[in-house]
Design a protein around this ligand. Structure first.
Ligand code: ARG
Ligand code: GLU
Length: 672
C-alpha cells in the first residue's frame, strides 16, 4: 500500500470506531475539557462542581476504600456505602458460628453497636497536581530507563515526604500517566477508624453468587454500610471510643425519584488498571496465549474444588471465598478473550500500526518504533508465559506458600484448608507446568526433585502425606528463587524497554491523530486514581435476536428463587415481603427496582463507585460489568460494554423493609 491508501484506510477505520464519548476514564481535575460534551448529553453541573480545590465539590464525598474499591459518603455523619463484596473481609472478620453475619447479615441498631475494623482505611482525595517537572528534575535523554526509574523514584519520595509532613493522616502518592509522559501527585487524608454499620445477608448481598457474576441480568444487592470516625477536631485518628462520626466536606444526596433508559450517568471512582494503547502483539498474547493458558489452569483448580465442595458442606464453607476469588478472574478472562476476538482487535491494531509506521517514516522520534516493539515482544513472550505459570501453577498450592511463611497465621490457614484439595491441585498444576514450560526455562530444582521422586504424584506424596513443611518450603523457595534470579530480571529489563517505547508510542499516537485530524482525545490508562466516566442508562444486544433491557426488578429475584440452589436461595423475609407486596415508598410499577446497566467505562476498583445522575445525585452503586463487555480494559465497544450498578432504591428498600434499620434513612437526604 502506498501512503495515501494507507491513510485513507486508516481514516476509514477511525470513522468506523471513533472514540464514542462513553469510552474513557477522565482525570477529574481536567474534566473541564469534557464538560461541553457532558452537558450536551444532559449533565447539568459544572466542572467546578465535580472537582475543585477552592471549595467543596463532589469529589470530597468519595473515598478510595481500603486501597482496592471505592466508597462514598451518604450523610453528614460519616455514613459510607460501598459494595458487599468490598466489605466482605470485614463482615467475615466479625463473623463466628454464633454470629454469622455473612449468612444472616448485620445491622447496628445504634451507634455503639457499630463494629471497628483493625485493618480498614479510607482515603479522601484532598487534591491532585501535575508534578512532571519536579519528578523529572535532573533527567537527561542519555539516561537508561533504569536510571530514569531511579531518578523518578528519588524525586517522588522527596515530593511525597514534603507533603506528608504537613498534616495528620496526610498520605501522598506520585503516579505516572501516559506511561510516564506525565506525573501527578495525589494527596489524601486517610481515616483508619471505620466501623461496620450494616450488611445484608449474602443471600441478598451476593445473590446469584459466582453463577451470575459478570453477567446481566443481575439481581445482586451488592452493598454494605460503614461509618467513618474522626477525633473531636474532625481529623483522622486511630480507633478510640471517644472518636465521633466524621463530618465530610460533602456527601451525596440520593435521587430516589426513578430513572429511565437514556438518562445521563456518571461514575466517579478509582478504576485500577487498563491497557487501552498496547500493540497488536500484546493483545495477541493476552487473547491467544495468556488468557487461554491461565483459564485452563484455573479450570483445573475449580474442578478440584467443585468435586470436594459438592461432597461436604464443611468444605464448601471453607472454600467458598477462595472459589469465588479464583472464579472471578477466570470468568472475566473468558469474556475478555471472546470480546477481543469478536472486535477483531489484533487485526485492527495491526492495520493501525502499519499506517502508523508509514506516517512515522523520517520522523526521528517515532521511526521504527513498531519494528522495535515486535522484536522486544517476541523476546518477552516466552518469559511472560513462564511468569504466568509461576503465579498460576507453581505458586498456587496453598500449602507451599504457607510453609514459606513464618507460621504466625497458622490457625487462620488451617481453618480453611482441606488437604485433599491442595494435594490434587499440586499434582494437576505441576504436571501442567512440566508439560507446558520449555525445558530451558524450567526450574532445575523442580526437574531434579520430580526425577528423584519418580513422578509429580510421588513428590506430592512426599510433601502432603507427611505434612512436610520443610519440603514444601524448600520447593517454594527453590522454584521462586530460580524465577526471581533467572527469569524475572530478563523479563523486567525487556518490560522496561517496552515501557520506554510505549512512552514514545503514546506521544506518537497523539501526534498521529492530531495530524490526521481525527479529533481523538486520549484519556490515560487507569492507575487506581480518581476518574470520571460518563454515559447513559442503556440496554444492549449480546446476540442475534436477543435484546437486554437495562433494568432488573424484584420479579427477577423471585423468578430465580430456588431453595435447593445455594446461589438462588432467597431469604424468607424477602419472600414474605414479596407475597404481601409491602414495598412501601420503594415500589415502582408494582415491584421494586434492583439493578441497572449503563454505558460508563469502568474496571476493577470501580466497585462501590457512586453512579450519579445529571444533577450529581446518587442513583446507584457500581459493582460489575457485563460479560460480553469485559474486553473494555483493552478495547471498548460502545455496543457491548456496560457497567452494572445496584439501584440505590433497592439498597434503601433492603435497609428499610428487610433489615428494619429504617432509622439509618433519617440521616440521608432522599429526594423523591
Ligand atoms: N465481578 C465483580 C468484581 O470483579 C464482583 C466480584 C465479587 N462477586 C463474586 N460473585 N465473586 O469484583
Ligand atoms: N467487581 C469489580 C471490582 O471489584 C468491578 C467490576 C469490573 O471489573 O468492572 O472492582
Amino acid at each position: 500500500m502506498n501512503i495515501k491508501r494507507v491513510l485513507l484506510f486508516l481514516i476509514s477505520i477511525m470513522a468506523l470506531h471513533p472514540l464514542r464519548a462513553d469510552e474513557g476514564m477522565w482525570v477529574s481535575s481536567y474534566i473541564q475539557q469534557k464538560i461541553e460534551d457532558m452537558r450536551g448529553k444532559g449533565f447539568r453541573l459544572s466542572a467546578e462542581d465535580l472537582y475543585s480545590i477552592n471549595s467543596s465539590s463532589l469529589k470530597d464525598a468519595i473515598v478510595h476504600f481500603n486501597g482496592g474499591c471505592t466508597g462514598e459518603m451518604i450523610s453528614d455523619e460519616g455514613l459510607l456505602i460501598t459494595n458487599h463484596h468490598c466489605g466482605y473481609d470485614q463482615i467475615q472478620y466479625h463473623s463466628s458460628v454464633e454470629h454469622d453475619y455473612l449468612k444472616d447479615g448485620f445491622w447496628a441498631m445504634k451507634r455503639d453497636e457499630e463494629l471497628p475494623n483493625p485493618d480498614l482505611y479510607v482515603a479522601f482525595l484532598e487534591y491532585m497536581e501535575d508534578v512532571t517537572k519536579k519528578v523529572l528534575a535532573g533527567y537527561s535523554e542519555s539516561m537508561s530507563e533504569e536510571q530514569r526509574e531511579k531518578l523518578v523514584a528519588d524525586n517522588s519520595r522527596r515530593i511525597v515526604s514534603r507533603i506528608e509532613r504537613k498534616g495528620k493522616g496526610i498520605k501522598a502518592r506520585v503516579a505516572p500517566l501516559y506511561y510516564g509522559n506525565q506525573y501527578f501527585v495525589y494527596v489524601y487524608k486517610v481515616f483508619t477508624d471505620v466501623r461496620l454499620v450494616g450488611a445484608p445477608p449474602s443471600s441478598i448481598g451476593k445473590f446469584g453468587g459466582d453463577t451470575d457474576n459478570w453477567m446481566w441480568p443481575r439481581h445482586t444487592g451488592d452493598f454494605s454500610l460503614f461509618r467513618v470516625y474522626a477525633d473531636r477536631n474532625n481529623e483522622p485518628a486511630p480507633y478510640s471510643p471517644d472518636n465521633v462520626p466524621y463530618r465530610p466536606k460533602r456527601f451525596f444526596k440520593i435521587n430516589a425519584s426513578g430513572i429511565s433508559e437514556g438518562d445521563f450517568t456518571l461514575v466517579y471512582g478509582y478504576p485500577g488498571r487498563t491497557s487501552e494503547y498496547v500493540t497488536s502483539q500484546a493483545v495477541d498474547y493476552i487473547a491467544n496465549v495468556s488468557n487461554p493458558k491461565k483459564i485452563k489452569l484455573r479450570t483445573i483448580r475449580l474442578g478440584i474444588m467443585d468435586s470436594q465442595m459438592e461432597r461436604s458442606d464443611a468444605v464448601r464453607i471453607q472454600y467458598s471465598s477462595k472459589h469465588a476469588d479464583v472464579a472471578n478472574s477466570w470468568k472475566k478472562w473468558q469474556g475478555e478473550m471472546k470480546g477481543i476476538l469478536k472486535m477483531n482487535t489484533v487485526e485492527n491494531k495491526r492495520n493501525y500500526e502499519k499506517a502508523f509506521a508509514v506516517w512515522a517514516k523520517g520522523k526521528p522520534e517515532y521511526d521504527g518504533i513498531i519494528g522495535k516493539f515486535a522484536d522486544l515482544y517476541s523476546q518477552a513472550e516466552a518469559l511472560s508465559l513462564v511468569r504466568d505459570y509461576q503465579y498460576e501453577a507453581l505458586n498456587a498450592p496453598e500449602f507451599l506458600f504457607f510453609a514459606a511463611g513464618d507460621g504466625s497465621d497458622s490457625a487462620l490457614f488451617y481453618k480453611n484448608y482441606y488437604k485433599p484439595i491442595d494435594k490434587a491441585t499440586f499434582i494437576a498444576l505441576m504436571n501442567e507446568y512440566d508439560k507446558d514450560i520449555d525445558d530451558s526455562y524450567k526450574s532445575p530444582y523442580f526437574k531434579e526433585k520430580v526425577a528423584k521422586a519418580g513422578s509429580v504424584e510421588k513428590l506430592a506424596d512426599e510433601i502432603y502425606d507427611n505434612d512436610s513443611l520443610s519440603l514444601a518450603r524448600e520447593f517454594y523457595m527453590a522454584t521462586n528463587t530460580f524465577y526471581n534470579s533467572t527469569v524475572k530480571p530478563r523479563l523486567d529489563s525487556l518490560n522496561r524497554e517496552i515501557n520506554m517505547l510505549y512512552r514514545k508510542y503514546m506521544r506518537g499516537q497523539m501526534d498521529f491523530a492530531r495530524e490526521n485530524g481525527t479529533g481523538k482525545v486520549f484519556y490515560p490508562d487507569a492507575n487506581s486514581t480518581l476518574r470520571i466516566a460518563y454515559g447513559r442508562i442503556e440496554g444492549y444486544a449480546p446476540a442475534d435476536a436477543v435484546r437486554y433491557k437495562p433494568f432488573s426488578t424484584l420479579e427477577g429475584i423471585m423468578e430465580k428463587d430456588n431453595p435447593a440452589i445455594f446461589d438462588y436461595n432467597v431469604p424468607q423475609k424477602l419472600r414474605e415481603i414479596y407475597a404481601s407486596k409491602d414495598f412501601g415508598r420503594w415500589e415502582e410499577n408494582g415491584t421494586v427496582p434492583v439493578c441497572f446497566i449503563a454505558t460508563n467505562h469502568t474496571t476493577g476498583g470501580n466497585s462501590g463507585s457512586p453512579v450519579l445522575d445529571a444533577d450529581g445525585n446518587l442513583i446507584g452503586v457500581n459493582f460489575d460489568r457485563v460479560w460480553e463487555g469485559t474486553m473494555s480494559d483493552i478495547v471498548f465497544d460502545p455496543d457491548l460494554c456496560r457497567n452494572i450498578a445496584l439501584d440505590i432504591r433497592y439498597a434503601l428498600f433492603v435497609i428499610d423493609k428487610v433489615a428494619d434499620a429504617g432509622y439509618l434513612l433519617n440521616e440521608m437526604v432522599i429526594l423523591e
